[in-house]
Design a protein around this ligand. Structure first.
Ligand SMILES: Nc1ncnc2c1ncn2[C@@H]1O[C@H](COP(=O)(O)OP(=O)(O)OP(=O)(O)O)[C@@H](O)[C@H]1O
Ligand SMILES: O=P(O)(O)OC[C@H]1O[C@H](OP(=O)(O)OP(=O)(O)O)[C@H](O)[C@@H]1O
Ligand SMILES: [Mg+2]
Length: 282
């Protein structure tokens, strides 16, 4: 039975459970459940603190886990990313009061508050900057106002928390993060159970980012039309009853669907439809 770690709280937990549900796995019914078995899929889910997941996976007790890339790197655990999942996207950045720090080198001698000591210590060491790091559990933005630090290093998504605290970012992002599937470093990459799990999640990712597009066009316009909708491998082209016309079917990225429909219309395609993809295996 495949043993999988899933975040039990925080920004990762809702979207992770939703993705697993879309991939056909049973999920817990209430947030106090710490472990469930899905016998139909031969999988056992353990609901753990996101920050602990890399450690459990590195220990070899659990086969794979879902966590944040930033949490994985911060943990220093012997685990590696095998599939990015596209949710809980964020950057990790230094921030301070406007006008206090111009560039990275100005961090020298400062005290930096963060919940991600591992990432910050490594970044400072890589840049040869000698600064102190103070660990806080959360609400790090308030540390400057309360005099615990002159600088913070924290997760930034919309920037609202920084603005509300009257802070501005310093330098470029230290890293970009999103939810990722991880496994123990060097674990068997061919394990069929793991491969099947990854294919299911990849199917959800594709279903979320592509739509199916159908349209009719004149045979003379087919090459131009196919250039607009090349599909993932190649579009399906079927004859229509009306001579000189064909029906075309191809997957297109959802974000580009409206532009592609305009372009197809301009070259004479008609009856252009898009439909959602609910699941797929590529
Ligand atoms: N506002 C946010 N937007 C996107 N991702 C976020 C946000 N806040 C945290 N994350 C991501 O969530 C993961 C941290 O999850 P964790 O549960 O430890 O913290 P949290 O979501 O801040 O929850 P809490 O602080 O309430 O426990 C990291 O990968 C981080 O990048
Ligand atoms: O750029 P934003 O969109 O404002 O998002 C970033 C904020 O979200 C998270 O905080 P959370 O609400 O989880 O509280 P915490 O700081 O206690 O973890 C993170 O730690 C930042 O503070
Ligand atoms: Mg938080």
């Amino acid at each position: 039975m495949l043993r999988i770690a899933v975040p039990n709280k925080g920004s990762l937990s809702g979207p992770a459970a939703e993705m697993l549900h879309e991939a056909g796995y049973q999920q817990r019914r209430e947030s106090k459940e710490l472990r469930i078995v899905d016998p139909g899929n031969d999988v056992e889910f353990f609901y753990l603190r996101p920050r602990d997941i890399a450690l459990y996976v590195a220990s070899g007790q659990l086969d794979i886990g879902i966590t944040g890339r930033d949490l994985l790197i911060d943990s220093g655990a012997d685990a590696e990313e095998i599939l990015p999942l596209g949710f809980a996207r964020s950057t990790f950045r230094y921030a301070t009061r406007p006008g206090t720090i111009g560039e990275l080198a100005d961090l020298k001698g400062k005290t930096i508050a963060t919940s991600y000591e591992g990432i910050v210590a490594k970044h400072l060491a890589d840049h040869g900057i000698d600064a102190s790091v103070v660990h806080l559990d959360g609400a790090v933005e308030t540390a400057i106002q309360l005099g615990v630090a002159q600088v913070i290093a924290d997760v930034v998504e919309t920037g609202t928390s920084l603005r509300n605290a009257g802070l501005e970012v310093v330098g470029e992002p230290i890293m970009k993060s999103e939810a990722v599937v991880i496994r123990r470093t060097g674990a068997d990459g061919e394990d069929p159970k793991v491969q099947q799990f990854l294919r299911r999640l990849q199917g959800v990712l594709v279903a979320r980012t592509y739509v199916m597009m159908d349209y009719d066009c004149r045979v003379e316009q087919l090459e131009k039309a196919v250039a607009l909708t090349p599909g993932l491998e190649s579009p399906t082209v079927s004859p229509l009853h009306n001579e000189g016309w064909v029906a075309v079917r191809a997957m297109v990225p959802s974000k580009e669907a409206q532009r592609i429909m305009d372009d197809l219309y301009d070259i004479g395609a008609r009856a252009i439809l898009t439909t959602a993809i609910h699941a797929c295996r590529l």
